[in-house]
Design a protein around this ligand. Structure first.
Ligand code: KIV
Length: 281
């Protein structure tokens, strides 16, 4: 039985922190589940860290479905949340419902995440009324990078901070089961967290959110990104780079494969084969 959204609300009530991380493929999802996380997010950060795009904007429904299926197979015991890509939820609520439904039905996700506040509250209500749990996402919303003028901390002015609080309340009222707060001042995140009954999940939002999320590749040191809010728990660039160079060198020097990695053939079969291909004198 996978972790349910109700578990996250119980954890908030009990003051227990919720551990979340992204994953995009089967082997990493398995490791995330083994490590004991509650939530695995198939983020549209997929576009940046796996597909090589500069932003999340080119990520499509097909990309998300493909990767969500792999993650759902790898982490059947976790709450699998799939991001709704750019313009798949804000053209119309009908469209959003169809696309969110596909992420659950075809992708195997248990919930979807979408970016935005009060303007998407009607859509959040439509999805939750149809039985699709929704995680909100406020603060730095990467799909709006062009509108925001870059990847910047949000909520620093009184107007922005008040709007973010209002947006959080609107999402909760619309039925969202939790809200990601990305790149907002820690004090603002603390105020929002205290104000809401549903859990907040922070990324670059200080220690007082109900849970934390990070992009897998950022905390494992895999790829070029080094966001300020991410702590590196491993250096996979170094580990993988060294391993690949050693393999390439072994190949060039004829040191791989050895007998250990090779299947022998039966002596009698070999003799017969050689006599068949060797010209008779
Ligand atoms: O796409 C993503 O990975 C996200 C997280 C950073 C919250 O939205």
């Amino acid at each position: 039985m996978p972790i349910r959204i109700t578990k996250l609300q119980e954890m908030k009530a009990a003051g227990e922190r919720i551990a979340c991380v992204t994953a995009y493929d089967f082997p990493s999802a398995r490791l995330v589940q083994q490590a004991g996380f509650e939530v695995v997010l198939v983020g549209d950060s997929l576009g940046n860290v796996v597909l090589g795009y500069d932003t999340t904007i080119p990520v499509t429904m097909d990309d998300m479905l493909h990767h969500t299926r792999a993650v759902a197979r790898g982490a059947p015991g976790l709450l699998v949340v799939a991001d709704m890509p750019f313009l798949t939820f804000n053209v119309s609520a009908d469209d959003a419902l169809r696309n969110a439904g596909r992420l659950l039905q075809e992708g195997g996700a248990h919930a979807v995440k979408l970016e935005g506040g009060a303007p998407v509250a009607g859509t959040v209500r439509r999805l939750t009324e149809a039985g699709i749990p929704v995680m909100g996402h406020l603060g730095l919303t990467p799909q709006s990078v062009n509108q925001l003028g870059g990847y910047r901390v949000q909520g620093r002015t009184i107007e922005q901070a008040q709007r973010l609080l209002d947006d959080a309340v609107a999402l909760e009222a619309a039925g969202a089961f939790s809200i990601v707060l990305e790149a907002v001042p820690a004090e603002l995140a603390r105020i929002v967290t205290h104000r809401l009954r549903i859990p907040t999940i922070g990324i670059g939002a200080g220690p007082d959110c109900d849970g934390q999320i990070q992009v897998l590749h950022d905390i494992l040191g895999f790829g070029a990104r080094r966001p300020k809010h991410a702590k590196r728990y491993a250096d996979l660039n170094e580990t993988i780079g060294t391993a690949l160079a050693a393999y390439a060198q072994d190949v060039r020097e004829g040191k791989f494969p050895t007998a250990e990695h090779t299947e022998p053939i039966d002596d009698a079969v070999l003799r017969e084969l050689l006599s068949a291909i060797e010209p008779t004198a």
